[in-house]
Design a protein around this ligand. Structure first.
Ligand SMILES: Cc1cc2nc3c(=O)[nH]c(=O)nc-3n(C[C@H](O)[C@H](O)[C@H](O)COP(=O)(O)O)c2cc1C
Length: 141
């Protein structure tokens, strides 16, 4: 199993590393701009993506990465994690549909409400206490 992340402040990377630690302790996680990422993808059939929702959409850099490497997704089994501050839009579905178009099989998706990464957007702000209690609720579900 291979983990791939696009993560501005480390939130999506953290979520991915926790996920991998539960499912495959030998799995490694790499940023999509890692110099050797294409080789890692070629070598693995199962991929877990983790990225942050931006403007209710997939970040442009990730979108471009998927398109640029369109020849790599055929036959891969992919699970998608989408992190968000408040509202995911179609979250994991956006990446899932794009990868499916290139021949990947989507095994599932997860939306995670995480601390926000926009400093000037009041709607996304939550106190440390609130963040801690909502992550506790996610664990209990
Ligand atoms: C440019 C930008 C746009 C964002 N747009 C949304 C959004 O539409 N909805 C939302 O819930 N969170 C939005 N966020 C918040 C991030 O999705 C959220 O904080 C995420 O957990 C950050 O993960 P990261 O540190 O791995 O990038 C946005 C963040 C940035 C930087």
């Amino acid at each position: 199993m291979l983990g791939l992340y696009f993560s501005g402040t480390g939130t999506s990377r953290y979520a991915l590393e926790v996920f991998l630690s539960k499912y495959d302790t030998s799995a490694r996680a790499y940023a999509i701009d890692d110099a050797d990422v294409a080789e890692y993808i070629k070598d693995d059939k199962e991929i877990v993506f983790s990225y942050s929702v931006q403007y209710s959409n997939i970040p442009k850099m990730l979108n471009d990465f998927i398109d640029r490497n369109r020849h790599l997704w055929q036959g891969k089994k992919v699970f998608v994690i989408a992190t968000m501050g408040l509202f995911s839009g179609d979250g994991a579905g956006i990446l899932a549909r794009r990868l499916r178009r290139y021949g990947a099989q989507i095994t599932g998706g997860l939306h995670l409400k995480m601390p926000d990464s926009i400093a000037d957007e009041k709607a996304l702000k939550r106190s440390i206490e609130k963040i801690k209690s909502s992550s506790g609720q996610q664990k209990r579900r």
